[in-house]
Design a protein around this ligand. Sequence first.
Ligand code: SPV
Ligand code: MG
Length: 287
Amino acid sequence: MTDLRALIDQRGLVQIMATHSPLSARLAEEAGFDGLWASGFELSALLGLPDVSLITMSQHLEMLGQIQARCKLPIVADIDTGFGNAVNVVFAIQEYERAGATAIVIEDKTFPKVTSLAADGRQELLRIEEFQGKIEAACATRSAPGFLVIARTEALIAGLGQEEAHRRARAYVEAGADMVLVHSKQSTPDEIEAFIDAWDGAAPLVLVPTAYPEMTLARIRATGKVGMVIWGNHAIRPAVTAMQQAFARIIADGGIHEVDKDIVPVSEIFRLQDMDAVKKTEKRFLR
Ligand code: SPV
Ligand code: MG
């Protein structure tokens, strides 16, 4: 398991791809991403549920464990609000470290939370002091020094403005956060770039540019203040696009004869399932 902190020190900026399954994790690894985002949004969507604190810690940990068993990339776990107060955070950190996470992101919303990018989402934030307690609890509980505690502020998402976002980000770094994720749902990078410009660099920032896709990797790197970019839901959305298109074509074409040439062959799925290993095992042990 790679030490993400060391990787960020070495590279300056790492790219983390969203995932919801061992299969999507393996594809992200083969594509060359530096790590995985064990996304609550993606797992909720996979289960056909809205991302409003419905999935349990056990469900999320199970996904993480399954991914970890099949993929070597470091995992950044999206632990939402930490499943309760600081007491719950202590328990969660123990569980996520045991499950093999390299980092956690914890957000300053109240439980149950509402997904950030919903147009009219009900966004309520915790008192700063209470969230500082959760950050301190996470830092005091981790056992691996390389385990990153990333504080996520939803101040811009909640419409509280730049000043409040900075006040919160600074307070979370004072509480011990290694990095600060600042989230925005504006459709242009203006809001996030204004935040970055005024940031004193007390800790590296983390961005999730889903809503403002013109914020390219080069543009993010040029700020010099961002250590991690999370491509937040880019495993589940391309999967949905691909399935919608293929399913519609099968209905329209009256069979799979047309679509077949545009999808991976079954042999590619065998490769991703490690069927070769099964063959070797058969040869060695089946008598
Ligand atoms: C997630 O992927 O679960 C996130 C990112 O938290 S977002 O959905 O943009 O809030
Ligand atoms: Mg989430």
